[in-house]
Design a protein around this ligand. Sequence first.
Ligand SMILES: [Zn+2]
Length: 338
Amino acid sequence: MWQLVGQTKAISFLQRSLERGAVAHAYLFVGPPHVGKMTLALELAKALNCEAAEVPCGACASCQKIASAKHADVQIIDLAGGRNSDEARLQTEISIDQIRELQHSASLPPFEGKFKAFIIDGAELLSHEAANSLLKTLEEPVGKVIFILLTASDRLLPTTVVSRCQKLELMPLVATEIETALLSRGDIETAKAKLLAGLSQGCFGWALSAAGSDEPLRQRSERLERLLGVTTGDGEERFNYAFQLATQFSRNREVVRETLDLWLSWWRDLLLVRAGCPSLITNADLEATLISHAQDYRLEQIRDFISSIQTALEQLKQNANPQLALEVLMLSIPRRGE
Ligand SMILES: [Zn+2]
C-alpha cells in the first residue's frame, strides 16, 4: 500500500515500472509544495528496498527505517543538508560540495538495502555548478542507484537535467478528497476539516500539518492581517511591503508564492461575495470580514486586481525582477469606494 492521499496516476505508473523491473534511474517529481512529492519519493524508496512480497509494505524493517529517516541507503539532499544551523539559514543554493558527497556515496554499493536512493528536495535550488556536476552523474547511470528530484517548477531547472529524468506531475487534489482524508484520520471536527481542505489549495500535506498544529493557521492570520493593512494603507506602506517581499523572495521564494496565493484566494472570495455566491468562499471562517470589505469595491476592480496578482505570480515564476513585479502589483491595488 502506497501511503499517499490521491496521486493515483503517478502511483500506478511507478507500480507498473516496478512490476516490469523497468524503474528509471532518475525521476523528476513536479508539483506545488505539500502536494506529496517527498512522500511519494519515500514510498518509491521503500518499494525498491521492501522485504515483503507486495511492496511497499510499510511494516518490514526496511520500510520502517526509511519512514523514520534511519535507512543508510536513502539520503535526502536539500538546503539544510550537512550544515550547521547558522550556515543552513544563510544557504540559498544546493552546493557543489553536497553533490560531490552524493556522487561519492553513489559510487559505493548499497550499505544495507537493495537500492540506493538520493532524493534532491528543491532541485531548482541546485547551484549552476552543482546542476552541471549532477548532470554528469545522470548521464552515466549505474545499477542499484536511483535519483529522485523534487521541484515546484521544472522550468527553473536546466533542460539538460530535466531531459535525463522521467518526469511525473503531481496534481493538487480536489477539496472534498482532502476533507474525506482528514476526517478518516479522526480527531477533527467536520467544519475544521472543510475549512482546511478549502485553504489547502489541493495540497494534502498542508491540510494535515494545519490539522495537527496551530502554526499554519496562525501564519495565515498574520499574512491576512498584513494584506488588509496594505490594501487599506497608503503608497509608502505598499512600497515598503513590496520591498520586504522582494527581500524575502531572494531567500525563500516559496514563502512569497504562498503569500501571493493567499492574496489570490482572498480576492477571489471578495469576487464571490460581490457576485452573490458567499457559500463558495475559501476563507469561510472570515465570511463577515469578506462581506464588509466586498462593499468597498466594484466587481471590475476586483477582477482586474485578481489578474494583476496572477500576472505577478507568473512573472516571479519566470524569474522576472521580483521588486519590480511586486511594486507593479502594489500599484494596482484598487482604491476603495471608487
Ligand atoms: Zn516493506
